[in-house]
Ligand binder design. Structure first.
Ligand code: SAH
Length: 289
């Protein structure tokens, strides 16, 4: 779980609270702050900082003593107006993966595309997938290589865990017929918005592998290690040719790889970056195997 998230801009955060706590109580304190409507929360050594719309009593009956002390000695102050969205946006830059360049919508006007680039305009909004995570970049590179080999145009592709829609949109731009599924309804909405922004049609659905209407040729799934392992049978069964799976930590890659192999996948390639891997494998008997 990320230790920091910027306050949402829908409700300007004006009240800042600083809680001094040891590590043992930090999780309980953070949970209380979120449950009281914290708009953003920052963990730092020695405590937490959060933003709320109004000052309030943060304590509850039966708090363990350390939590009660931390919450009752919290220090409130008024936060001068800060433009959180602007601060966050300033940290997001275009990223390149092979010939694919992902440009945040707010930088579109100043971005100059190089010849041969596939430029995708993206506003990740509330969904994961700005392209800045190593797992997304690894998947984008695999898709780019696949396209160079002529393996995306006119193929049926499913993006399981589509998030912002980034992978689905790239596949669709390369001529694939794409279905995106995500268990997060926000992600489904964001995928649709980003697809429209990039003039591609994505069949975005709420759900997981079981929400796919049938098999596809290529499944791309950037999830997390344990979910890839849990869904391994379904991911392999959903594809006739190729499975691209990521979100897998290098450290625990055996968990996902064992499950994918047990599901019958013939692993052809594993790439690693920043402690994450992407697995590319073939369905037994597929044309590519
Ligand atoms: N495809 C994007 C987003 C990956 S983040 C990218 O590559 O950057 C992983 C996404 O998977 C999240 O949006 C999350 O909601 C979704 N997800 C998590 N578990 C899932 C499951 N079991 N089935 C489908 N989607 C899932």
């Amino acid at each position: 779980m990320p230790s920091m998230s910027p306050p949402s801009t829908d409700h300007p955060a004006t009240h800042r609270v600083e809680v001094t706590t040891d590590r043992a109580s930090a999780e309980a304190v953070a949970a209380r702050l979120w449950s009281r409507g914290a708009l953003g929360l920052w963990e730092r050594s020695g405590g937490l900082v959060a933003w709320l719309v109004a000052p309030m009593d943060l304590t509850a009956d039966n708090d363990p003593p350390a939590v009660a002390t931390a919450l009752s000695t919290a220090i409130w102050s008024i936060e001068e107006d800060r433009d959180w969205q602007a601060e966050w946006k300033a940290t997001i830059t275009p990223i390149r993966a092979g010939r694919t360049v992902v440009v945040p919508t707010w930088l579109a006007a100043e971005h100059e595309a190089a010849p041969g680039d596939l430029t995708i305009l993206l506003d990740p909004g509330r969904a994961f997938g700005s392209g800045h995570h190593a797992t997304t970049t690894l998947c984008l590179e695999v898709l780019d290589d696949l396209d160079l080999a002529g393996g995306l145009a006119d193929r049926a592709v499913a993006d399981v865990g589509c998030g912002s829609g980034i992978l689905a949109i790239v596949a669709a731009k390369r001529g694939a017929d794409v279905i995106g599924v995500d268990i997060d309804t926000d992600a489904v909405a964001v995928t649709r918005e980003n697809a429209e922004r990039n003039d591609v049609v994505i069949d975005a659905r709420h759900g997981s592998v079981d929400a796919l209407p049938g098999t596809v040729q290529i499944v791309v799934a950037n999830l997390v290690t344990d979910v890839v392992a849990q869904l391994a049978d379904a991911l392999v069964a959903a594809s006739t040719d190729l499975v691209i799976a990521s979100g897998i930590t290098a450290e625990r890659q055996h968990v996902a790889l064992d499950a994918l192999r047990a599901a019958g996948l013939q692993v052809a390639d594993v790439q690693e970056r920043d402690g994450w891997i992407v697995v590319v494998g073939h369905r037994p008997g597929s044309a590519d195997a």
